[in-house]
Design a protein around this ligand. Structure first.
Ligand code: UDP
Ligand code: MG
Length: 312
């Protein structure tokens, strides 16, 4: 029996692109012999996406829909898709057609030749501006330097995983603050990279603001590295070194000139030391927040309704 393919698509306010995405994807899937399912995860869209998905799922029983009770974010949507997929080969993609469905046959060939993980690496991102491209490459440099894991730069949320990798993600990677791409690249298994050119968004706007991306980068660094926490030790040693120099200077000038003047030095030192101190306290606070959200153990996502799944 040929293996089943599960396409996982996260959807947040994508009414303008959904039909077109379905049309393009189904065209490719029908050319492949394998059985398939398309799982749309509606991440609390507030536009007409829900109605459109309902229509698509009514006409095609291979289309399944998971509706979230509210917006939980792209990461949550992808893991929900993985949780609900029944295929042997899983492919995550965006709904905006930036990830070309025409690459699915090539991914399938890689799966069949024994690869468990297929990273789709973008060469150019046509929609992203210069700033987004630069910050994105900076992000990968920082994270690779700070943590012991290695992330392929420009790996996207477009990737394929086999059932056994999906099982690892389903059972062992249930953190609340998530970076799925990072997990996928660090569970091991036979991995292959395929380069692709990210197309322009078919319609609509990017749902990731700069603020969201910054939050996302911060979270990723924290979940993959404890190095920022050690900043306090480095800063402390530096401060101790500075303090010794200042003490020697003060004593020497006290002996030679009498009372040391030094108002400006004092003020500068205090300001500098306090800024370092608060910065480090802030970092510790961020990690505390991370621990708190894990301890609270709230769900990664809440499902409101499922369509076309047998086990309702
Ligand atoms: N998305 C989502 N939840 C969100 C934000 C985005 O499910 O809170 C989906 C969105 O519908 C799209 C994918 O994640 O299918 C990628 O988002 P987008 O294209 O806006 O990001 P970009 O490609 O600009 O990085
Ligand atoms: Mg996009």
């Amino acid at each position: 029996m040929s293996k089943k393919i599960s396409i996982i698509v996260s959807v947040y306010n994508e009414e303008e692109v959904l039909f077109e995405f379905y049309r393009e994807t189904i065209k490719v899937l029908l050319l492949i012999d394998n059985p398939y399912e398309i799982i749309f995860v509606n991440d609390g869209s507030m536009d007409g996406s829900r109605g459109i998905l309902f229509k698509i799922a009514k006409d095609d029983e291979n289309v399944k829909v998971v509706h979230f009770s509210r917006n939980f974010g792209h990461e949550a949507a992808m893991i929900a898709g993985i949780d609900n997929a029944s295929g042997d080969y899983l492919v995550c993609m965006d709904a905006d057609l930036q990830h070309p469905p025409t690459l699915l046959p090539e991914m399938l060939r890689k799966f069949e030749s024994g690869y468990d993980i297929i990273n789709m690496v973008r060469t150019v991102n046509k929609s992203a501006g210069i700033i987004k491209n630069i910050t994105s490459s900076m992000f990968y440099k920082v994270i690779n330097r700070l943590s012991d894991i290695h992330l392929v730069s420009n790996a996207s949320d477009f990737f394929g995983i086999s059932k056994r990798v999906a099982d690892v993600l389903r059972n062992n990677y249930r953190e609340k603050t998530r970076f799925l791409r990072g997990y996928v690249q660090n569970v091991g298994f036979n991995t292959v990279n395929i380069e692709y050119e990210a197309r322009k968004r078919y319609a609509g706007e990017s749902k990731y603001s700069i603020k969201k991306l910054f939050r996302f980068s911060m979270n990723t660094i924290m979940t993959f590295s404890n190095l920022p926490l050690k900043l306090g030790i480095y800063a402390g040693s530096m401060a101790a070194f500075l303090a010794i120099i200042m003490m020697i200077y003060t004593i020497v000038s006290f002996i030679r000139v009498g009372t040391p003047s030094g108002y400006a030095t004092t003020i500068c030192l205090i300001c500098f030391m306090f800024s370092v101190l608060f910065f480090i306290v802030g970092i510790i606070g961020e990690y505390l927040g991370l621990i708190l959200s894990e301890i609270k153990d709230r769900p990664i996502y809440i499902v409101e309704e499922k369509i076309n799944f047998e086990d309702k």
